[in-house]
Design a protein around this ligand. Structure first.
Ligand SMILES: *[C@@H]1O[C@H](CO)[C@@H](O)[C@H](O)[C@H]1NC(C)=O
Ligand SMILES: *[C@@H]1O[C@H](CO)[C@@H](O)[C@H](O)[C@H]1NC(C)=O
Ligand SMILES: *[C@@H]1O[C@H](CO)[C@@H](O)[C@H](O)[C@H]1NC(C)=O
Ligand SMILES: *[C@@H]1O[C@H](CO)[C@@H](O)[C@H](O)[C@H]1NC(C)=O
Ligand SMILES: *[C@@H]1O[C@H](CO)[C@@H](O)[C@H](O)[C@H]1NC(C)=O
Length: 816
């Protein structure tokens, strides 16, 4: 069994590297209800993927969820099975990992961003006594006596869920689309409408005009809408069932569905019981009847075909800017006909501004600075003015409109501009300017080309300068971005393999300038380029004498590579676990320096970085030695780059299990003290020159930590030291190191010293008392651990982890 599986078993997702705020407590998940005096940030519950409150039925959870930008978080209610967010508190103003959700002792509930409050539940000043995550997905704030003060079902965002009543006065608002336009759904005066969220909203759908309704009772005015099974049911103010909209042929009457108002303007329906699959039925049915299936003033036809309307196509090929003259700018405007067989989504829903003739309609728009466009219906004389404009529709004969839009008449270079006398006079000047510009551009291009070639030769800079990928280089001291080819060349097409780890294989390489590299080809990367770069920028910004330095990285297509400084003497395990020890023995001096160096590297990660970094995978394979046997910790921060699906890569790691702190199994409270534990195990191995579990040793000695505790009790500390080492009898650094190691592997993590303390103790700056003997639980846990290790060998896949035998082993060995 190993920890990656355990994490999955515990239902949390990305606990690979923990970046904990001050205090370093990993959060505990609450079930059903939380009470006043509760607070924390995304980091507090990172081991739970940010979700601190889960419903009794485990279907819904309340907590922090990441946005597109992985460093920004929303406070949400999420459906666990489908990962669909059904409600969020701070939509549009995400917070960072350290911003706190606070349910104070004073009964106030709020989300902070720094000092500011970005969200608070309006309970009319009443004190909240409990927050419940109900089985329905409703987040409820209760007052004294259990009265409901506030509930998320009454404050929907862009999603409605089965059994949530949508009533008069509520609104769904979509996320903004790329033009920052939102869409709005509301029930108002007996109708339910969708509108484009312009300054003056423009309706584009109404339930009264929806032809797909199944009417039960005609004439009623809907006041309540509720999803139930495969339909959306509408009731009047007295809860009399009026009609329904059936969006799926699924027959499960108890199915849980959500209706989501997307930023495309459609309402879509998703089946949560089926992993959030889309029913494919949309509201509205015609894609062109949405506000912006195309850009403003383009014509939508058929299935989202966008065309420039005939009237505007000769005007700079539609690149004309629609203008408003209300802002006091004094450019003159003119009205341009866009065409005469057009329609507009809002026309069926709004009354005409006036009834007049074409000239009257023109002058109404001309004389009204906020009018951007008008539509005129010749046979009825209806004139519609609009102050914002979305896309047009092709008219289906009959009700055809002429459309005019307002454009700037001086900057516009209309169809009649150009080709007059003055143009000919300026011809020679134009030619000279054009030729001059061309020469300058060619010169610049040539210089850029030479510069580029030179840089490429030196391999100092990535050749691919597309996109926004180069932001890292703009920051000094940041890792260089290599192209895949660069690294292929540098490693001679990955020919010399240095090793194989859980994250992938490592190859030797060299830059053209002679710099030696170790290139790690990451396997099974679960993240996109952007997240990868974000992580690399964090990892790459960490510099310390005892941490392996990242020289550069590559994110190209599916390739993810990291280039590290080359460490001539490889990893520590090769030295302390040498089969033939006479071959080369690391002397005590070197071993001690390696132990101190590793401790310093870890202390830096834990205490001196901007964000606390917990390594999670301290073991001899991750301590590298340079030419002078200076120890450097490697692979810090890497685990965060992997995703859950790829986590089985870790299960093939040799030896990792032996370094795992017991709290990984017994509870959720993981902190940097878990690294201290792993460090203690590593230190013991450095001292003993052997693996902590070695079945080839006698039974007394096979579990080295137990043996070490026993020898300490019996006062025979020297027995623990590698028998092949010769050293002064009065080198008290040996007993100091052993005692430090035994302090580090204390089962109770509060007894373990911090890494800084470890450094002080090793360096003799701080006294080292005799450590207490570990409780029997630890050895029991460990012996079962090691048994499973030796039985399974090193090839346990994820399937082993999910077996019943595995689960019961965890339950039996845990303290609760
Ligand atoms: C969760 O279950 C407990 C025990 O059955 C019950 O007392 C509590 O009210 C439930 N909480 C919610 C939010 O349903
Ligand atoms: C739906 O739920 C009701 C009550 O909770 C139950 O009696 C019924 O059997 C369920 N139907 C299905 C198809 O699960
Ligand atoms: C706009 O132009 C008119 C006349 O051309 C002038 O009287 C007015 O002051 C101008 N307004 C601004 C804001 O420049
Ligand atoms: C518009 O209506 C007027 C009178 O109703 C008619 O004379 C004219 O031909 C119509 N124009 C178009 C383009 O249909
Ligand atoms: C100007 O046009 C807008 C719509 O574009 C309309 O709401 C407003 O009433 C109009 N103002 C006047 C004075 O006609």
């Amino acid at each position: 069994m190993d920890r990656w599986c355990l994490i999955r078993f515990m239902g949390s997702i990305s606990l690979f590297v923990l970046l904990l705020p001050e205090g370093c407590k990993a959060g505990v998940q609450h079930v059903g209800t939380i009470y006043p005096g509760f607070q924390g940030s995304q980091m507090t519950w990172i081991n739970l993927n940010g979700l601190f409150l889960i419903s009794n039925n485990s279907n819904f959870a309340f907590g922090f969820s990441t946005t597109q930008d992985v460093t920004q978080f929303l406070l949400v209610v999420v459906h666990m099975g489908s990962s669909k967010v059904i409600w969020s508190a701070n939509r549009g103003s995400p917070v960072s990992y350290s911003d706190k959700f606070i349910f104070g002792g004073d009964g106030k509930v709020s989300l902070q961003k720094g000092e500011a409050v970005v969200w608070t539940a309006d309970t009319g000043g009443k004190r909240v006594s409990a927050i419940e995550m109900q089985d329905s997905g409703n987040l409820v704030l209760l007052g004294n006596g259990g009265s409901v003060l506030w509930q998320s079902f009454s404050h929907p965002t862009d999603t409605l869920i089965s059994n949530q009543d949508f009533v008069d006065g509520m609104k769904l608002v979509s996320d903004p689309n790329s033009n920052k336009l939102t869409h709005i759904l509301e029930i108002k005066s007996g109708d339910m409408m969708l509108s484009a969220g312009f300054q003056t909203p423009q309706p584009y759908w109404s339930i009264q005009k929806e032809r797909r309704m199944t009417i039960d009772k005609g004439g009623g005015k809907p006041a309540v809408a509720s999803l139930s099974g495969n339909s959306w049911k509408f009731y009047d103010g007295n809860k009399v069932f009026l009609s329904q909209f059936i969006f799926s042929d699924s027959t499960d009457a108890n199915g849980t569905w959500i209706a989501v108002l997307g930023n495309d303007g459609f309402i879509s329906f998703y089946n949560l019981d089926d992993g959030g699959s889309d029913s494919q039925t949309k509201i509205p049915s015609d894609p062109c009847s949405r506000p912006e299936p195309c850009d403003a003033h383009y014509v939508c036809s058929g299935n989202n075909v966008c065309q420039c309307p005939s009237g505007l196509s000769n005007r700079l090929n539609c690149q004309t800017e629609v203008v408003s003259s209300c802002d006091g700018s004094n450019g003159s405007t003119e009205l341009v006909s866009a065409g005469d067989r057009l329609n507009y989504f809002a026309l069926g829903f709004v009354p005409p501004s006036s009834i007049t003739d074409l000239e009257g309609c023109k002058s109404a728009c001309h004389g009204n600075c906020s009018c951007l466009a008008f539509f005129f219906h010749n046979s009825s004389g209806n004139c519609f003015l609009f102050s914002d404009i979305g896309s047009f529709q092709n008219s289906n004969a009959g009700s055809s409109f002429v459309a005019y839009i307002k454009v700037s008449s001086d900057g516009g270079s209309g169809s009649n501009a150009g080709g007059d006398g003055s143009g000919e006079k300026s011809f020679p000047i134009v030619v000279i300017i054009v030729i001059g510009t061309l020469i300058v551009i060619c010169g610049l291009l040539y210089m850029a080309f030479r510069y580029h070639r030179k840089k490429k030769k030196m391999l100092e800079s990535p050749p691919n300068t597309s996109e926004d990928d180069n932001f890292l280089e703009t920051l000094s001291g940041m890792p260089i971005r290599f192209s895949y080819r660069d690294l292929q060349t540098a490693t001679n097409n990955f020919s010399v393999k240095l090793g194989q780890g859980g994250f992938g294989s490592v190859y030797q390489g060299a830059l053209p300038d002679g710099t030696q590299l170790a290139v790690k080809k990451l396997e099974g990367m679960g993240q996109g380029k952007k997240e990868f770069r974000a992580e690399v920028s964090i990892i790459g910004s960490i510099h310390h004498h005892h941490l392996v330095r990242i020289k550069g990285f590559c994110a190209e297509g599916t390739h993810r590579l990291l280039a590290y400084e080359f460490m001539a003497n490889g990893s520590l395990d090769k030295w302390i676990f040498k089969r033939n020890k006479e071959e080369f023995l690391l002397d005590w001096e070197t071993r001690f320096n390696i132990a101190v160096g590793t401790a310093k590297g870890l202390a830096y990660l834990h205490e001196d970085c901007d964000v606390k970094i917990i390594h999670c995978d301290i073991k001899p394979e991750n301590v590298l030695l340079d030419g002078q046997f200076l120890a450097k910790v490697s692979d810090f921060g890497l685990a965060k780059l992997m995703n859950r699906e790829q986590s089985h890569v870790f299960t093939t790691l040799r030896g990792t299990r032996g370094y795992l702190a017991p709290e990984w199994i017994t509870n959720y409270a993981i902190s940097e003290k878990s690294d201290v534990y792993s460090y203690g195990m590593l230190l013991l191995e450095i001292i003993g020159g052997r693996k902590n579990f070695d079945p080839t040793e006698s039974s007394e000695k096979s579990h080295f930590p137990s043996y070490a505790f026993k020898m300490m009790e019996e006062g025979k500390l020297k027995e623990i030291l590698d028998s092949k080492l010769r050293l002064d009898n009065d080198d008290d650094r040996v007993s100091t190191s052993i005692k430090v190691a035994l302090w580090c592997i204390q089962e109770d993590m509060n007894l373990r010293p911090s890494m800084t303390k470890v450094v002080h103790m090793l360096e003799g700056l701080s006294p080292v008392p005799l450590p207490p003997t570990s409780s029997p639980l630890g050895s029991r846990l460990y012996s079962s651990f090691f048994k499973s290790t030796s039985e399974e060998g090193t090839s346990s896949g994820p399937s082993d982890c999910n077996s019943d035998a595995y689960l019961s082993a965890v339950r039996l060995s845990g303290p609760r």
